[in-house]
Design a protein around this ligand. Structure first.
Ligand code: CTP
Ligand code: CA
Length: 229
C-alpha cells in the first residue's frame, strides 16, 4: 500500500496531464517535432486514475493506449495543446505538464507540399517562438491548484536549470530529467529524475516510468498536505 495517497486517495481530485510532443507543420506533409513518446505522461495519467482521480490527458501525437477511465484529448501542434489545456485548466486540481511543447514553429506553413527543386540547395525556415503554455496557466492559477512542470535537461547543471524553471514559471514542483543519462529520457520504458520543490529535492533512481509516476504523485500529496488550507 502506498503512503499518503493510498489506493483511492485521489478520489474526487481532477487531474490534467499533458503528454507527448507537439509537431509544427512546415508544409502539407512535413513537420518539426521532438523525441517525446508520451510514455511518461501516460504513466502519470494511469497512476492518477488508479488512485481514484478523474483524469484528462491532452495527448500530442501519442501512439499509446491510455489506461481505463482516462479521458484523452488528442492534439498535434503547440497551439492546439494550448487551446486544450486552457479549456481544461480551471476545472483541474492538479496539473502535470509532461508534454514536450515546441519552443519554435515555422513562421509560415505552406498549404501545399514544397517541391525540392523549387527550393534550391539549401532551405531556410524562419521559426517563431511559441507561447509558454505552462507559464500562462500558472499566471491564472487559483488557490488549491497544484502545478508540476517537467524539464528535460542535459549535463551537470540539470537540477539547477530545473530549479530556475520552478521559480520562473511559478510552479510547486519540477521533475528534472537528465536526458543525457542512459535509461533516462525519450522512448525508453525507464527514467531517472530529480523532483525539485520549494522545500527541497528528491532523487529517484533509475526505475520504470510507472514507478517514477508514483514518486511524482507522492510529491504532489506532500505539497498539497503542506499547503495552507
Ligand atoms: N512548456 C510549455 N510551453 C512551452 C514550452 C514548455 O508549457 N512553449 C512547459 C513544458 O511542458 C514543461 C516546462 O514548460 O513542463 C519546461 O519545459 P522545458 O522545455 O524544459 O523548458 P523551457 O521553458 O521551454 O526552456 P528550454 O527548453 O529553453 O530549456
Ligand atoms: Ca523547451
Amino acid at each position: 500500500e502506498r503512503s499518503a495517497g493510498g489506493r483511492a486517495g485521489w478520489k474526487g481530485l481532477r487531474v490534467l496531464v499533458s503528454a507527448g510532443g507537439t509537431r509544427e507543420p512546415i508544409d502539407a506533409v512535413r513537420f518539426v517535432g521532438n523525441r517525446s513518446s508520451g510514455r511518461m505522461g501516460f504513466a502519470l495519467a494511469d497512476a492518477a486514475a488508479r488512485r481514484g482521480a478523474q483524469v484528462t490527458v491532452v495527448a500530442a501525437n501519442v501512439g499509446l493506449p491510455a489506461g481505463s477511465g482516462v479521458e484523452v484529448v488528442a492534439v498535434e501542434t503547440a497551439a492546439q495543446l494550448q487551446a486544450a489545456c486552457d479549456a481544461h485548466f480551471d476545472a483541474c486540481d492538479v496539473l502535470l505538464m509532461a508534454a514536450a511543447v515546441a519552443d519554435f514553429r515555422p513562421a509560415e506553413a505552406a498549404a501545399h507540399k514544397l517541391k525540392k527543386d523549387d527550393m534550391g540547395d539549401a532551405l531556410t525556415i524562419t521559426m517563431q517562438r511559441t507561447p509558454d503554455v505552462l507559464t500562462g496557466l500558472a499566471a491564472r492559477r487559483r488557490p488549491g491548484q497544484t502545478l508540476v512542470g517537467f524539464a528535460a535537461e542535459t549535463g551537470e547543471h540539470a537540477v539547477d536549470y530545473g530549479r530556475r524553471k520552478l521559480t520562473a514559471k511559478g510552479l510547486d514542483a519540477v521533475v528534472v530529467n537528465d536526458v543525457g543519462k542512459p535509461g533516462a529520457g525519450f522512448d525508453v520504458p525507464t527514467n531517472e529524475v530529480t523532483i525539485v520543490t520549494t522545500s527541497g529535492e528528491r532523487h529517484v533512481a533509475l526505475a520504470s516510468k510507472g514507478e517514477i509516476a508514483e514518486a511524482v504523485l507522492d510529491t504532489v500529496d506532500a505539497v498539497r498536505a503542506a499547503a495552507p488550507a
